[in-house]
Design a protein around this ligand. Structure first.
Ligand code: ADP
Ligand code: ADP
Ligand code: MG
Length: 537
């Protein structure tokens, strides 16, 4: 084992010191000679939601493949039988689990991470697909819980990301299984839908099932999990599962970068939420005043109040799915023409759409250097944007071979490298892990402040919205029918208005300042609702 190892991490050249000793004994799987190595596994507990929190590329999916019996772990040698795995885990809680798995007594079901790929694998109407998955006879109940009534007769190819996510979760819930694994269930969902899913997953565990969930939205992970594991290591090289921890402790230890029971510091700095310097936007210089806008699609109508944007600020855009956020951003970007009102400014705009299409044939470096080769060389852009987002490591990769999270980072960087007055980013957090979300937030804030530009960001992750935004535009209305957009307002007012429309209250964790969702009907929840303080207390 290694007492003191120093490893370089893609993000900010993080060094990891004092890794646990005698790791070798806990080696579970190694992909090839110089391939990725997984140490230890999460526990599987009946009647509990076990949450997993860790960077992309640290073996979370690998662990799930092992626990679901899809991958026989080689125990970092030449193991070729489940009996040896059972032996290796003797005395561990997983021993019985693996015995039952081997004997076929455990049926696992997995909700995959990339729901966008589902239409490539299965064809047909949603109703037929879900009927086929229904082993539990709970079709009507599950369809209602996931609010899928309106999409049952649609072809799976014609669903939005959020609809696909809910169909995938429904398909998993309809199976009769003992072990349910949800790989990032919140992607593409709005906050109300995320909390709804979290409750459904909790109910599944309460009915006696084993549930494992990977989740990067910390508020949701917190809300959903009974216990959590932190996964740490070097993305792409190795990953180590921590001991199980209480949810609150585990998340706080993750943010601090230090695991107390293990005595491991895996990040040299703490992530803290209370330190954001409050901008006094209204005192700055106005970039532009935009008029009130209307977009009428016939079946859907959006009315947006006019407002002003300040130089150097970041404005968050929040609201449910199907309420017109993307439509609004597209009007500002000049992609959609308003039905009423006119965008006649001379501003230049750089826009990252919600769904990223790739037909680019070439490497990441080629793609980005075409946008602005000199910025790739500039030490300012290296330290503020490229290094924190782990972009240089991707330079030689083909754009078509990127994973969802890699593609997202490249698309964000492509957007931010362009010269523009106004930057519009639609859901930049999709497929990113917690550190990447924070790195993106930090990069956007610092580029806007230092370059004296303005950004509008559509975002559902409350932690990210909180960390990123100086002000908020709040969308309300009836999803799919009509939407109303407010003018930009202060964080406190905006958050209160937004969360009141969703009916959720948040408090701040006293240690780390991170937002925590109150359980519905709890003392804090009722008291905050009474005072009309949904967020800052
Ligand atoms: P996570 O789910 O935490 O993002 P994964 O378990 O998917 O991580 O992957 C961990 C590492 O293992 C990645 O670097 C990935 O490239 C590598 N890996 C995954 N599957 C294979 C495989 N079949 N062969 C070789 N390497 C793999
Ligand atoms: P959000 O970004 O808030 O999820 P969108 O702006 O994407 O919402 O969509 C709002 C509504 O407008 C949805 O009901 C959507 O189906 C509808 N819509 C979006 N684009 C079009 C279009 N080109 N034609 C008709 N309806 C559309
Ligand atoms: Mg959208």
């Amino acid at each position: 084992g290694c007492g003191i190892c120093v490893h370089k991490c893609p993000f900010n050249a993080i060094t990891i010191v004092n890794l646990p000793e005698q790791l070798d004994e806990d080696c579970v799987h190694r992909y090839g000679i110089n391939g990725f190595v997984l140490y230890r596994l999460p526990v599987v507990k009946e009647g509990m939601v076990v949450g997993i929190l860790g960077p992309n590329g640290t073996g979370k999916t690998t662990a799930v493949k092992i626990l679901s019996g899809q991958l026989l772990p080689n125990l970092c040698g030449d193991n070729d039988s489940w009996d040896n795995v059972i032996k290796a885990f003797r005395g561990n809680e997983l021993q019985t689990y693996f015995e039952r798995l081997k004997n076929g007594e455990i049926r696992p079901v997995v909700k995959p991470q990339y729901v966008d790929l589902i239409p490539k694998a299965v064809k047909g109407k949603v109703r037929d697909l879900l009927r086929k998955a229904d082993e539990s006879g709970r079709f009507d109940e599950v369809v209602k819980e996931l609010e899928l009534e309106n999409v049952l007769d649609r072809d799976i190819r014609h669903l939005s990301g959020g609809e696909l996510q809910r169909v995938a979760i429904a398909a998993a819930l309809l199976r009769n299984a003992e072990f349910y694994f949800f790989d990032e269930p919140s992607s593409y969902l709005d906050i109300r839908q995320r909390l709804r899913i979290a409750k459904i997953i909790r109910k599944l565990a309460e009915s006696g099932k084993n549930v494992l969930a990977v989740e990067h939205d910390l508020a949701i992970l917190d809300y959903m999990s009974d216990i959590i594991h932190v996964v740490y290591g070097k993305p792409g090289a190795y990953g180590i599962f921590s001991q199980p921890k209480s949810t609150r402790n585990g998340i706080n230890e993750f943010l601090r970068g230090y695991l107390r029971d293990e005595n491991v510091r895996f990040r040299p700095y703490e992530i803290n939420f209370s330190k954001k310097s409050e901008r006094k936007s209204q005192e700055g210089e106005i970039l532009v005043e935009y008029p009130s806008l209307v977009k009428d699609y016939g079946s859907f109508r959006l009315e947006a109040e006019g407002g002003e944007l300040y130089i150097g600020e970041v404005v968050g855009i929040v609201g449910p799915n199907g309420i017109g956020k993307t439509t609004f951003v597209k009007m500002l970007a000049g992609v959609e023409k308003p039905t009423e009102g006119e965008i006649d400014w001379s501003l230049t705009v750089s826009y990252k759409p919600q769904y990223i299409k790739t037909d680019y044939d070439g490497t990441v470096y080629e793609l980005l250097s075409k946008i602005d080769a000199s910025k790739l060389m500039s030490s300012f852009y290296k330290s503020e944007l490229l290094n924190p987002l782990g972009i240089p490591e991707l330079y030689d990769k083909n754009v078509n071979d990127l994973s969802g999270g890699e593609l997202q980072r490249v698309a964000i960087v492509a957007c931010l490298l362009r010269d523009a007055d106004l930057y519009l980013l639609d859901e930049p957090s999709a497929h990113l892990d917690v550190e990447q979300r924070l790195a993106v937030s930090k990069a956007i804030r610092s580029l806007m402040a230092k370059n004296e530009k303005t950004a509008l960001i559509v975002e559902h992750d409350v932690m990210m919205v909180d960390y990123l935004s100086d002000r908020l535009i709040v969308f309300e209305g009836q999803p799919g029918k009509f939407g109303r957009a407010s003018k930009p307002m202060g964080m406190r007012e905006g958050m209160n208005r937004f969360l009141a429309s969703v009916g959720i209250t948040f408090r701040r964790d006293p240690d780390t300042g991170r937002p925590r969702a109150n359980k519905e009907g709890s003392v804090k929840d009722r008291e905050q609702k009474e005072r009309g303080e949904y967020y800052y207390t």
